[in-house]
Design a protein around this ligand. Structure first.
Ligand SMILES: Nc1ncnc2c1ncn2[C@@H]1O[C@H](COP(=O)(O)OP(=O)(O)OP(=O)(O)O)[C@@H](O)[C@H]1O
Ligand SMILES: [Zn+2]
Length: 474
């Protein structure tokens, strides 16, 4: 087969939502898997609703997801000359004609068809009149009156549309602008697109588009119409319907790889495998395994997949995302100028303590705040229960034994030994020591494992915090 060429053609009338993103992803994956090309085209002919902000928002979301394009972005509004050229060709070859029937006339035709129990449609009055072009005329395509147009689709199988339900539809408006279906087909032909994967909301357009391909004597592309992504109310996700922008999930602490994994599973399967890394998706994706029924967006599932991807990543991969979320909490990471390596390692250590328990990067950043504070505040209940006179002795001993360690002795093993000594001298069990320490170090009773946390916090801060807790009691 020829090189696969796919495309994603959003209209910039809002941001990119989950449904559109999944369509983009399928096209991108298929191109990457087959070594083909993926083209981005902005369908901005609805000039009243299209905005530059939306274009930028779409780019931002695609970039965040790591969906990169090989060609484009092309803008339909910059291609009007090309559409005109093809419309002229269609008229010249006798496949299209000029029509000056007034809206009132066309309305009357539609009413008449309706009264005869037919679909409301234009009756072809100007079809054989060979009218010369005059300003204000529209161009109509000659559609066959009989027979059927069968859409052959990799996902849906064959769908037959009776031609009697298609009228000679307009391909160029009276103001000279191209109609949607004409522009799409001309773009797809001239851009060499041979594989069209799109939402099945477009299936109704496909017979019309097929007639245009035929009139232009262009080979048909492969069609894959994929079922819609629905919201929890079972209505299809759409901008107008208030679906969230993909980039909001970035702010909410989801990883792009998790989003990709979740999106692809909304409508595609590989046995019962749920977890996929990016490279694995490229390797395994296929059109054959796209499902036939619509799927519902489920935030809890996305979150569960996200937790798995957070665990799957190395701490150094997570570090830049983690830092970005911390920055929003006005926590600047320690000055890395003079001790770059040490601090990078420290951030990675901190991440490692939180990775197993964070479902999102937002959770991780929130849970990390205590590491960075100059001084911590104790939660009231926790302080009452654990930072009291009963704890003075164990805190003093802990501070002493941790402080005694030389920098190169500050290891998990030596910390365990230090705690053993505290246990022996106080006669307390480990749990009775760990909780007060935890509150002293974090302010609360929930934290990562005590030793890994102390290691990530650092020796100096650990000792300082324990001493502050002792002062607090006395
Ligand atoms: N809910 C959805 N599920 C799956 N695919 C969708 C969904 N909504 C749109 N798409 C697909 O995304 C692609 C881009 O669509 P487009 O930019 O027109 O967004 P849209 O959400 O359909 O716009 P609007 O909300 O204004 O109707 C098309 O292939 C379309 O079929
Ligand atoms: Zn007419």
């Amino acid at each position: 087969m020829d090189t696969v060429v796919t495309r994603f053609p959003p209209s910039p009338t809002g941001y990119l939502h989950i449904g559109g993103a999944r369509t983009a992803l399928f096209n991108w994956l298929y191109a990457r898997k087959t070594g083909g090309r993926f083209i981005l085209r902005i369908e901005d002919t609805d000039e009243a609703r299209s905005t530059k902000e939306s274009v930028d928002a779409i780019f931002k979301s695609l970039e965040w997801l790591g969906i990169d394009w090989d060609e484009g972005p092309f803008f339909q509004t910059q291609r009007y000359d090309i559409y005109k050229e093809y419309i002229n060709k269609l008229v010249a070859s006798g496949h299209a004609y000029y029509c000056d029937c007034s809206p009132e006339e066309v309305n009357a035709m539609r009413e008449k068809a309706k009264s005869l129990g037919k679909k409301p449609m234009y009756n072809g009055k100007c079809r054989e009149l060979n009218k010369e072009w005059k300003p204000g005329m529209v161009v109509r395509l000659k559609a066959p009156a009989m027979g059927t147009t069968v859409v052959e689709d990799v996902v849906k199988g064959n769908t037959a549309f009776p031609n009697s339900e298609l009228d000679d539809f307009i391909i160029q408006r009276s103001d000279g602008s191209p109609m949607y279906n004409l522009a799409v087909v001309v773009d797809d032909i001239t851009m060499g697109i041979n594989t069209i994967i799109r939402g099945d909301d477009h299936l109704v357009n496909t017979p019309k588009q097929m007639l245009i391909y035929k009139a232009l004597e262009a080979p048909l592309p492969l069609f894959a119409h994929v079922p819609m992504v629905l919201g929890s109310d079972k209505a299809r996700l759409s901008k107008r319907h208030g679906a969230m922008s993909v980039s909001e999930y970035m702010d909410m602490g989801y990883l792009p790889d998790a989003m990709l994994n979740y999106l692809v599973r909304l409508g595609w399967s590989f046995g019962d495998q749920e977890f996929f890394r990016r490279e694995e998706l490229i390797e395994k994706f296929s059109l054959e395994h796209i499902g036939r029924s619509p799927s519902m967006f489920d935030m809890d599932k996305l979150t569960a997949i996200n937790a798995k991807h957070i665990q799957d990543k190395s701490s150094s991969e997570l570090a830049p995302i983690f830092s970005a979320h911390l920055a929003k909490r006005e926590i600047a990471l320690p000055d890395t100028q003079d001790n770059h390596d040490g601090d990078t390692k420290r951030v990675e250590k901190i991440i490692e303590t939180l990775q197993p328990r964070s479902k999102t990067m937002v959770e991780m950043a929130d849970a990390a705040i205590f590491y960075f504070r100059e001084s911590i505040e104790f939660e009231e209940k926790a302080a009452k229960k654990f930072i009291n006179s009963d704890a003075v002795e164990l805190l003093k001993l802990s501070a002493r034994y941790i402080k005694e360690l030389k920098p190169d002795e500050f290891t998990e093993k030596n910390l365990e030994d230090a705690m053993k000594k505290v246990m022996e001298e106080t006669g307390l069990k480990f749990g009775k020591i760990a909780q007060p320490l935890r509150v002293a170090l974090t302010g609360g009773t929930v934290s990562p494992g005590i030793f890994e946390m102390i290691l990530a916090l650092g020796q100096k801060k650990t000792v300082e915090r324990i001493q502050k807790a002792i002062e607090h009691i006395q």
